[in-house]
Design a protein around this ligand. Structure first.
Ligand code: F6R
Length: 262
């Protein structure tokens, strides 16, 4: 596992965009897994900037969302597909039909979850971008999620709903349920890139990368994957043990530390 502590959240976005750019440029038909949430906004903005300034193309990309709220209209500005369209897909040359996500308004959510699981598995995600919840969730896999879980409908925890309330107007609170890819679905991607910024993530990050691998901390499942980069700003990294092995990675600023864990 590569753990990189960048100077600040802007550098996290730039380093993450470097990894995404390398991935989309190296493959003829890249299957890119996208997360949503505040942490992703800097990455999306940086990718849009690169598209506009120097023509970074997403024309060959198929993008797959990790999750979607249940109970929001497709056009609701807080539906994850709307968010990713607004912040990223509609601002680059991604084909309109190349943004994939679970349809949370399908008549049978069970059938829809099975369909989306098959679709994601068939796509063979090359690079999966992840955020992390303050309670250690990845996608919407809340604490206690089995590591062999696949795409399904979940109840969101009180903490997750509280954390995400900042995106929602008071009259329309955070939905109670979502469709999410499972831990097993996520671990099937060839490469994982986990981003975290801010002190509110420090405890979850430390437990995810240095703590025991346990279903009570879903993000600790990334330790089971052989190709993971964890990209942090200093506040998010502050719970990490200083005794971790580390060295400066030549491909990054000297101020970035790369700790090569297990
Ligand atoms: C959403 C997702 C979630 C978020 C996590 C962090 O698609 O995958 O796991 O990444 O809740 O959200 P922010 O970045 O808003 O703190």
């Amino acid at each position: 596992m590569r753990i990189v502590v960048a100077d600040d959240a802007d550098r996290v976005a730039q380093e993450a965009a470097d990894i995404v750019e390398r991935f989309v440029s190296a493959s003829e038909s890249p299957a890119l897994g996208l997360a949503t949430g505040g942490t992703m906004e800097g990455l999306f903005a940086e990718l849009v900037r690169r598209h506009r300034r120097r023509g970074l193309s997403f024309g060959a990309v198929d993008a797959y969302l990790l999750d979607e709220y249940v109970g929001l209209d497709r056009c609701d500005p807080n539906a994850y597909r709307s968010v990713v369209r607004r912040l990223f897909a509609c601002r680059v040359d991604l084909e309109i039909g190349s943004l994939h996500g679970p349809d949370a308004q399908a008549p049978s959510l069970g059938a829809e979850c099975a369909r989306y699981e098959r679709k994601v598995r068939a796509a063979s995600i090359g690079l999966q971008v992840l955020g992390i919840g303050s309670n250690g969730h990845i996608a919407f896999n809340e604490p206690g999620t089995p590591f062999d879980s696949v795409t399904r409908v979940v109840e969101l925890s009180r903490r997750t709903r509280g954390d995400n309330a900042r995106f929602f107007p008071v009259e329309n609170p955070v939905p109670a349920r979502a469709i999410t890819q499972g831990i097993a679905t996520i671990l099937a991607a060839s490469e994982l890139l986990l981003l975290a910024c801010g002190a509110g993530k420090a405890s979850a990050v430390a437990r995810a990368v240095e703590g025991p691998i346990t279903e009570t901390l879903p993000a600790s499942a990334v330790q089971l994957h052989s190709n993971v980069t964890v990209l942090l700003d200093p506040p998010a990294a502050r719970g990490l043990s200083t005794s971790s092995p580390g060295h400066t990675n030549g491909s990054l600023d000297g101020s970035c530390r790369n700790r090569d864990g297990a």
